[in-house]
Ligand binder design. Structure first.
Ligand code: GYE
Length: 271
């Protein structure tokens, strides 16, 4: 007969965390996933990683499976802002704390999540607009490449930029469409904008660098010079975009740091 003595507080079980990621739409996202995975490994946290592949229903399914597996905490990077209440109520009923990271949600019930760890998207959009106003002297015809429809960063970066432009009547958004935070999306939408508006476009405001880099390609293929003929301002500051700034193809990128692993796991451990 083998006897096992369990001494509470001495033999600690590893913490089990379920992370519902949005997908793999951008270089920012790749860095964010990497931070979450490598930091879990470093801390001996058992991480269950679910790639939502850009769909809210996949993320909801992942959360249900985390609940069924009785994880200690759920970390959610919500692809869109609305529609989370039912599944978050299920997590609450199961007594599993939920940490929102990267993106926020809209809910009337703040008790459905423990906290949010992420960036101020409104401030990013405001900084982009203020930089643009200085650079152009307050004159320009802007096309906007929006992020994923309904996502917190697309909503806030759009709202902040538009708010800031009210102080600069010479800066006008002449067209705006979603490129879904993807390079291919940014390229396609920019091609359509160039066809439709031609030389009227003087500025591109992209909600992320991947779409800005797609727009750079489209502008070059149309025989024009990105960064010179058309000013480009975007958000994230991924390595490739910083290189594009060095090369004069993108004029400004606002930093949005994706390395949330350490803060998220500090918080999860406390919870
Ligand atoms: O800017 C974009 C990514 O939610 C802050 O999502 C994030 C955004 C980021 O796809 O590149």
């Amino acid at each position: 007969l083998a006897l096992t003595f369990l001494v509470p507080g001495v033999v600690a079980k590893p913490i089990k965390v379920g992370f519902a990621q949005t997908g793999a739409e951008s270089a920012w996202r790749t860095a964010n996933t990497q931070s979450m995975k490598s930091e879990a490994e470093k801390r001996g946290i058992e991480l269950k990683f679910a790639d939502g592949q850009g769909k809210q229903e996949n993320q909801i399914r992942a959360i249900r499976s985390f609940i069924a597996q009785r994880v200690d905490a759920i970390v959610l990077a919500p692809i869109v802002e609305t529609g989370w209440d039912p599944v978050l109520r299920e997590a609450k009923r199961a007594g599993i704390p939920v940490v929102l990271t990267d993106r926020t949600i809209q809910t009337a019930d703040e008790s459905l999540y423990a906290c949010f760890i992420g960036s101020d998207f409104y401030e990013e959009g405001r900084m982009a607009a203020d930089w643009l106003a200085k650079k152009t002297g307050g004159k320009g015809s802007i096309v906007e490449l929006q992020g994923t429809p309904g996502s917190a960063p697309a909503n806030e970066r759009r709202r902040a930029f538009a708010d800031a432009l009210t102080k600069h009547p010479g800066l006008k958004i002449i067209d705006s469409q979603s490129g879904d935070f993807r390079r291919s999306g940014g390229k396609e939408v920019m091609e359509a904008f160039l066809k439709k508006h031609g030389r009227a476009i003087t500025v591109v405001y992209a909600h992320n660098d991947d779409m800005a880099l797609g727009a750079v390609q489209a502008i070059q293929e149309a025989g024009r010079k990105p960064g010179t003929d058309i000013i480009i301002v975007s958000i994230d500051a991924i390595k490739e975009a910083i290189q594009a700034v060095v090369d004069g193809k993108i004029n400004c990128t606002v930093e949005c740091n994706p390395l949330f692993g350490p803060k998220v796991y500090d918080t999860v451990t406390k919870l």
